[in-house]
Design a protein. Sequence first.
Lengths: 327, 510
Amino acid sequence: MTPAIRIHDLHRHFGPLKAVDGISFEIPVGRVCGFIGSNGAGKTTTMRILATLDQPSAGTVEISGVDVVQEPWKVRHRLGWMPDHFNVYGHMSVLEFMDFHARALGFRGKERQQRLQEVMEFTDLLPIAGRPANKLSKGMTQRLCLGRALVHDPDVLVLDEPAAGLDPKARVELKHLIRLLAAEGKTVLISSHILSELGEMCDSLIFINNGKIIHDGDAASLLRHTDATGGIFLDVHLASNPEALATWCQMQPNVELVEASKQGGRLRLAADDPAQAAALLARMVRDGLPVMEFHREQRNLEDAFMAMVGRPEMRPPPLPTQPERMD
Amino acid sequence: MNNITPIIPAPVLPARAEPAALINDFSDRLSPILVKELRQGLRQPTFVIAFLCLQVLLCIVVLVAVISAPVGSPSALAVGSTVSGFFFVLLAIAILIVQPLRGLGALASEIKADTLDLLLLTRLNSWRITFGKWLALVSQSALLVVAVFPYLILRYYLGGMQLFAELLALVTLFIMSASLTGVTVGFSATASVVIRGLVALAILFALVVGPNLLTLAVMRGGMGGRGSLFALTLGSSAEVAAYAGEMLLLAFFGYYFLEMGATQIAPPSENRSTCKRLVGLATLGLMVWLLPNEAFGLYIGWLLVTSLLIIDALTERPEFSASVLRPFRRCGPLRNLAGALLLPGWASGIFFVLLLAGTGLVLSQTQVLLDLAHGAEMLGFGPLWLASLLLPAAVVSLFMRNAKNLFTAYIIVFIASLIVALVFYIIGESTDSVKGMIMLVPLCPALGVMAFGEFKNVAPVLPVGLTSCGIFWLILLLRSMPHWARIRALDRSLDPKPVAAVVADSPDAA
């Protein structure tokens, strides 16, 4: 069966900058796929090429078997695009905005009215149909943007950071909408920074870093892979002097302070070995650290992602220097 | 979508309040972008204020006229003539200044708001977007013109009205307004505020000092002068042809600038160049057909049209996608020739310039131009003018090839070359050595254009002009080679794959 999205050896260069550097993946029909990467990793560039808004420097990109370069018109009929930055016309109400896009997508008369009714009902835009489109909350604006992308009933949806800036309620609603769309057989490629939600929502995850794919599979396989290579994460709370933890960690082999907190911090032990964790606790107590809490954390997608792309080096906070005594 | 449960149950709405049903179906017959722009434009304060001011001022003028010279009184004729003048001045301000200047924000607002991408993903292509925006502005201008009719009827009863001439003047004003609006809407796709500001200034300048502008002619006629209105009576076939030629030029410029704007916003998969170049050639043909006896008019028209075509052809972005090449592959044996002349981008533009130069050469050899008073001298002028247009393109291709907007870069270099030429010309004039500066012409062809009156008796002026053209054209040809290599690679990518390669590429094979 032809995959909904097929990318083969895609390159996109902007002068000397390789925004996308030879990525390849396929997404079967009806799957929800998360596209994850840090800022500048190449997510939006790839998604813009999928949406026919940019041209690849090399490689092939197909939507339902149609090449985005050779037949962009056909692709646009099959694809719904939700950009990361979405602007609306200030003079239009929500209904007028949807109506304009329905007209521009070729809907006429009764067919347009029916389609608008369905989409606005699905995205819950009916209660705000008369509101000015530029006076909506972020969550409502995202629903409007999703509604616009659904007007022509596309087979494939490309959603670039749809959950960015949404409150928890709006995120839950968006997640629900996406699951409903997947249940309807639509293929969804979605990028987001909220990795835990992507893990629940997506059938597969693609991690991209510096224009290259570093993982393509489901969340479980990702966690298994990084657990095997990524060590143990430990949450440590001290009764007093939490800065001492950072200094202590610097002197320990195979231990890294991942994140400092008010009470202590998160440590990463290089080996996935409970005996070594116990030995570490013993050393802490022996060295006089006032340990109040010490427990192993479950790995999450964010840790897995950071393990893959490499953490920024954590440095201990500078110790206060003793003022020179003025004799 | 029918089978999906909505996230929140849809509110129960009264039958009449079903929002989508409230939308009027009449507008389905119009372009979506026109509907959107009209909804927006008719609410804008600029239009509302212009409309109300025009109505109030015309109302005052008519009232004052009727009170000061009642219908049938001896002074009514003179007053009627003055009223006509006021009509056209006020209308000209509204539709030749206010409305076209509004066009400068048409595409710029979409670019600034970052809404073009979503538009281009619909069935609207760049031309439909640009044309729709222009049509909305022209429709509003038409509304302003139509709203003047009741006052024209009142003015008719004052007497002394030249009905046909004044109606023709009204139509001419409207066509000029539409053309100017096309120019400004086209320029509104240019990101450079400086360029758009210059366009605004150029329009104001042209309207104030342009000696051939009919508005001013009509104003003078209306204010008590004679002759200007009579110029619009189209009494002879020559006048009709000249008028048709002028309107053709206005229509062409309006259309072409709109196409230039559409080209700026078009995605790489859309080809606007082929159509506009063909329309340019057709316009040249129509001009020859319309103006067989108007040698000077034909010559000026040819210069204006080809100058615009050349500047545009030499400043088009060279990037386009493989889908653009598909129609050219259907041209059979003419495929390479058609591609070399009509593909988007300045690489093909340099060959299109050759074709335009060829039309000039053919035209110069026809009886029409040879009959011109200074026909032979004019033949020497052509190469100098062409060289002055090629120079900025050569400079841009050598030193500014990564410029974001080639048109803006070209205009900057062109203006700089004009300034340099002007400085040399002034120095030459003050030292009485303009003729001696002919050796500078290959480096600064604009100097040759400015000092053509001095050079025309200098024998080498034609070879110097041709040599300049040749050098700049060869520079452009050499710089275009990488683009042609890329175009050939794109063309090869469209070749059908051998069966073995297709099988190897398929997922099943893996």
